[in-house]
Design a protein around this ligand. Structure first.
Ligand code: ADP
Ligand code: MG
Length: 451
C-alpha cells in the first residue's frame, strides 16, 4: 500500500504543486503558499516528508515547513473559457524571501458542457517517433469527422499523452466549428453517471446526452471491464452514434483484445476502426518535450540541464514534468540556477531506477493485469486463468530479474525447478507466436515503471 502511495505521489506531483510557491525561509522555517485548503491538506498529509526531504537536499538548515493558504491572484480578469490563475506573488514580505515567483503553472477551466480542458491542444503536443502515428491518426480524424477512422482507439501506458491527445481532438473540433457537439468523459464517470441516472429516473436524459454528439471521447475505456450494465448501455450509445456517422474516440491502457470481462460485441466495436499505440518517448523526444515545457512555463534552465533531465528521466511525460517542476522548485528555494551536477543529485535521489522492480512487485502486477487475486497465483491449480499468469510471472522474474529456476520454483508454492524452467521456456516461445501474449507481456513491463 505504501508503495502505491509513493507511486501516486510522484505521478501527481505536478498536480499538487500547481499554484504553489515557496514564500520565505525564516530561520529554517520555510513557508509554502498553497491555493486552497484542499491542496494544503494534500501537501501536509501526503507530500510533507517528500517536500521536506527535497528542500533539505539543498538547504540542510531547513528545520520545518509550514503551509499557508493564499488564493491565486488572476493575472487578468477571468474569461469564460480560460481563467488564468497564474499567481505572481510579487508583493511579499521582504525579509528572507527565498523566492517569490510562482511555479509557473497555468490553470484553465474545464468546460462543464464538454468536459474539455482548453489547455490540451495540438500546439502544445510534441510529436516524436513514439507518438507520431497516434498524432497523424488524430489529424486524419479531424479532417473528416466520423468518416476516416471510426472509432479511433489510442492505447498506451500511463503519462504518455493519451488524455492530452484525446482532448486536443475535442478542442480542435470546437475551434473549427463551435456548433459541433463534443463530449469528453472517462469510462468511470460514464459508468457513475449511468448508475445515478438509473437511481434518479433520469435515464432518458442520460441517453440523449451521449447519443446526441458529433464527437464522443471516452478516456480510459479499460475501466468498462466487468461492468455489465455500463457495457450494455454503452453498446447502444456506440451504435446510435456510429450509425449516424458521428465520431467516437477511445483511449485505454491496453488494446481491446487485452481488456478483460468485456462483452464480445462491444470489443468488436472497439476494434472496428483503427487501433494505435503510443509508446515511451525516446531521448530526442524527451528533450523536445522539456524544451517546450520550459518555454511554456517560463522556466530558466540551460540546454545542458535539460539534456541531463532527458537522459535520466526515461519513463513518461508526466514524470518529466514532475522532475522539471521539482528542479525548478529547488532552484527557487536556493534562489540560484542549479548546476548540472546539482540537478543530477536531485534526480538521482528522486527518480526511480527502471530496474528497481522486485519479484513480489512483478507478481502483483501480473495478478493485477490478469485480474486475479495476488495470492491465487501460488495456488496449486491447473485452471488456465491462473496457470497463464503464473507462467508469465515466472517468465518475467527469470527474464528481467535473472531469478534462478530453483528459487522461482520455491517461490511459487515449493515447486520443482523443472516446473519453473518449463514455464519460462513455454512463455518464451509463446510470445514469439502469440501477439496477444506478446502485448500482455509488453504492457506489464511498461508498468514496472509505476511501481
Ligand atoms: P495519459 O492520459 O496517457 O496518462 P496525459 O495525457 O495525462 O497522459 O499526459 C501527462 C502529462 O504529459 C500531461 O501534462 C500532458 O500535457 C503531458 N504530455 C503528454 N504528452 C505530451 C506531448 N506529446 N507533448 C507535450 N506534453 C505532453
Ligand atoms: Mg489519461
Amino acid at each position: 500500500m505504501s508503495e502505491i502511495k509513493v507511486t501516486v505521489s510522484r505521478a501527481n506531483f505536478a498536480t499538487w504543486f500547481k499554484d504553489t510557491s515557496i514564500m520565505e525561509n525564516n530561520d529554517g522555517v520555510v513557508t509554502i503558499s498553497v491555493p486552497n485548503g484542499f491542496a494544503k491538506e494534500w501537501l501536509e498529509n501526503k507530500y510533507h516528508k517528500f517536500i521536506l526531504k527535497s528542500v533539505r537536499g539543498f538547504s540542510p538548515e531547513v528545520r520545518s515547513i509550514q503551509y499557508i493558504i493564499r488564493a491565486p491572484i488572476p493575472q487578468r480578469p477571468a474569461t469564460t473559457a480560460t481563467k488564468q490563475a497564474t499567481v505572481l506573488l510579487t508583493s511579499l514580505p521582504a525579509k528572507n524571501i527565498i523566492q517569490t515567483t510562482q511555479l509557473g503553472f497555468k490553470e484553465f477551466e474545464v468546460d462543464p458542457l464538454t468536459n474539455l480542458n482548453p489547455k490540451y491542444t495540438f500546439n502544445t503536443f510534441i510529436v516524436g517517433s513514439f507518438n507520431d502515428l497516434a498524432h497523424a491518426a488524430a489529424l486524419a480524424v479531424l479532417s473528416d469527422l466520423g468518416k476516416v477512422y471510426n472509432p479511433l482507439f489510442i492505447y498506451g501506458g500511463v503519462g504518455l499523452g493519451k488524455t492530452h491527445l484525446l482532448q486536443a481532438i475535442g478542442n480542435s473540433v470546437l475551434k473549427q466549428d463551435k456548433t459541433k457537439k463534443v463530449r469528453y468523459i472517462t469510462s468511470e464517470r460514464f459508468s457513475n453517471e449511468l448508475v445515478n441516472s438509473l437511481q434518479q429516473n433520469t435515464i432518458s436524459t442520460f441517453k440523449e446526452k451521449y447519443r446526441d454528439c458529433n464527437l464522443l471521447i471516452i478516456d480510459d475505456v479499460q475501466f468498462f471491464s466487468g461492468k455489465a450494465k455500463t457495457q450494455e448501455e454503452f453498446f447502444y450509445t456506440f451504435n446510435t452514434l456510429y450509425e449516424a456517422g458521428n465520431q467516437i474516440v477511445f483511449s485505454s491502457d491496453r488494446p481491446p483484445k487485452s481488456i478483460h470481462d468485456i462483452e464480445e460485441r462491444l470489443r468488436s466495436r472497439l476494434e472496428a476502426g483503427i487501433i494505435i499505440d503510443i509508446s515511451e518517448p525516446e531521448y530526442e523526444s524527451r528533450l523536445a518535450i522539456l524544451q517546450s515545457k520550459v518555454k511554456e512555463k517560463n522556466i530558466d534552465l540551460s540546454q545542458d540541464s535539460l539534456e541531463v533531465i532527458a537522459s535520466l528521466v526515461q519513463t513518461n511525460i508526466r514524470e518529466l514534468e514532475g522532475a522539471l517542476n521539482m528542479i525548478h522548485m529547488q532552484s527557487q528555494c536556493l534562489n540560484k540556477t542549479l548546476s548540472v551536477e546539482e540537478i543530477k543529485v536531485i534526480l538521482s535521489k528522486n527518480i526511480r531506477p527502471r530496474t528497481s522492480i522486485t519479484q513480489n512487485q512483478i507478481i502483483k502486477l501480473v495478478a493485477e493485469y490478469y485480474d486475479i487475486p495476488d495470492r491465487s497465483i501460488f495456488d496449486r491449480t491447473r485452471k488456465t486463468e491462473i496457470v497463464l499468469p503464473r507462467q508469465v510471472a515466472m517468465y518475467l522474474i527469470r527474464e528481467d530479474l535473472q531469478g534462478s529456476f530453483p528459487t522461482i520454483g520455491e517461490k511459487f508454492g515449493g515447486r520443482d525447478h523443472t516446473t519453473a524452467m518449463h514455464a519460462y521456456e513455454k512463455i518464451k516461445n509463446e510470445v514469439k507466436k502469440n501477439s496477444k501474449l506478446e502485448e500482455d507481456v509488453r504492457i506489464i513491463r511498461q508498468r514496472y515503471q509505476n511501481k
